[in-house]
Design a protein around this ligand. Sequence first.
Ligand code: BMA
Length: 367
Amino acid sequence: MKNSNNIICILTTLLVIISCTSVSKKEPSETMNPILSQLQSIKGKGILFGHQDDLAYGINWKYIDGESDVKRVAGDYPALFGWELGGIELGHEVNLDSVPFDEMRRLAVKAHEMGGINTFSWHPYSVIKGVSSWNTETVVVKHILPGGSHHQQFIAHLDKVADFFLNLKNVDGENIPFIFRPWHEMDGTWFWWGSNVCTSEEFKKLFRFSVEYLRKEKGIENMLVAYSPDRNFNSEKEYLTWYPGDEIVDIIGLDNYHDFKLKDGYKEVIRKLHIVIDVAKEKNKISALTETGLENVTDPTWFSSQLGKVLSDSIISNELSYAMVWRNDPKVHFFFPYPGHPAEKDAKKFLDRSDILLLNEFNQLKN
Ligand code: BMA
């Protein structure tokens, strides 16, 4: 009797331990974020096409409901919509590209209601000297980490980001799911979180702290997180130099404009994406070309002869979830053609391919 009581006691303890471990191991996104299951369901059927600021402005128009340069050229909206949060941390009403945050929120909710996926980048001003993301003269990262001289100010910045995310709600008042892609291109040397201004350990701490603070302290549960180095790696090990951890990251990404500019550069993009995809497969995560494009689309066949070739690669077409081109700002630069532009026909031909998904196709294919 005593023995069987002991056995029952041991078994119960074991069960409790096992169930506690499996609960604590679950990532928030695994259980709650529909974007992951949608992306998994379309894997191998097509690659989503995305465009930054697509619904906000384009060439010769801004803030006209229903407009989109992708729709003007290809007849449908992109399936993925990129937005930029830089400036929100200072309490600004418009982002660093003059997009009003209220309008961004409204358009992101609209994109979600149409069936699209929203992804947010963030080029924050630094809490030290208020310098822009592109200022690498001041050491910032180590001072904003826990224990650092400017940690509290940094938390105030994250609070502003959290407020924005917590107010991304549908008509029923429910928070909508989205992707957050902070601290991107860390392997480059142009941002204050770049590889020349902080160590990889400091960087990982920054990334982990930011995501854990938003998820755990602010209760943001519907957020997937993308890790997006630029092109400066040649192996999985190098790619993972700044990787903050499997429990932090959901999307294994790559930003790559530069390699496309090299001779036969698309081959280099393919090579890097194969590394990205290998990492994603090992970690059972989603892979994406999180930013790309040719500034001002100066090659009228770039979409089919460059990006198109990359996305036709057999491994990439089976594995990659999305590819996003950057914004169309008539005053600064644009990455997607507009009606009358020499690349218009070619971009349409590329987007007409059955393996490149715009919004309607995505809506039909996803679970
Ligand atoms: C860059 C450029 C800038 C812009 C920034 C954040 O690539 O487009 O003009 O301010 O992204 O959107």
